[in-house]
Design a protein around this ligand. Structure first.
Ligand SMILES: [Zn+2]
Ligand SMILES: [Zn+2]
Length: 191
């Protein structure tokens, strides 16, 4: 088991297993691996704050939590740093029932349910998948510094916002473009 998943485990031994019992937890989860998507993520060393309320119910423990984190990435057009503040609410039911004991259900239904169901591991709740899902869903798939970002000039990499209005590059005749790419210049043809 990786270290990352260990920090997401919440020990609930203090919560009595009587329906209606409740307990609140404040967690600061410090990351040893980033959580997010390729272009933007809560970075290594970043902290995910979790304000969790656990409630004993008949079938298990109901988690209600507010998740705060700051994701960092790059603008997809100009590569400037972009930050996204994540403030998401999650609610999940963790069942007591071990998987082996669930024989009476219709097999097809069981298959469908398994993906979404969460189970207690003894006294431990594994918060990783709900937190990860909440963060990934909160992140833009194409992060931008602003919707109006004009991006970069493809030839020189300069920012359009900082280039003059008439900024342009000499267009190389396509017949010579291959030679220019090879680093051959005019002097090679003079001998
Ligand atoms: Zn940008
Ligand atoms: Zn340019």
């Amino acid at each position: 088991m990786s270290k990352l998943s260990e920090v997401f485990k919440l020990n609930t031994f203090e919560l009595p297993r009587r329906p209606g019992e409740m307990k609140e937890y404040e967690l600061d989860i410090e990351l040893s691996e980033k959580v997010g998507i390729e272009l933007i993520a809560v970075p290594v060393g970043g902290v995910i704050e979790v304000d969790a309320r656990l409630e004993s119910v008949a079938q298990g423990i109901l988690l209600s939590a507010q998740i705060f984190a700051v994701a960092a990435g790059e603008c997809g057009r100009c590569l400037d740093p972009v930050e996204v503040v994540i403030d998401k609410r999650v609610q999940e039911l963790y069942l007591y029932e071990p998987k082996a004991a669930r024989k009476n259900r219709a097999p097809l239904l069981d298959e469908l349910d398994i993906e979404d169901e969460l189970f207690m591991d003894g006294d431990l709740l594994d918060l990783q998948s709900p937190i990860r899902d909440a963060i990934v869903l909160a992140l833009p798939s194409n992060p931008l510094c602003s919707d109006e970002c004009a991006g970069l000039c493809p030839s020189c990499g300069g920012k359009w916002s900082q280039l003059s209005n008439d900024h342009a590059h000499e267009v190389i005749d396509s017949r010579w473009a291959g030679l220019a790419g090879l680093g051959i210049d005019d002097s090679d043809f003079k001998n």
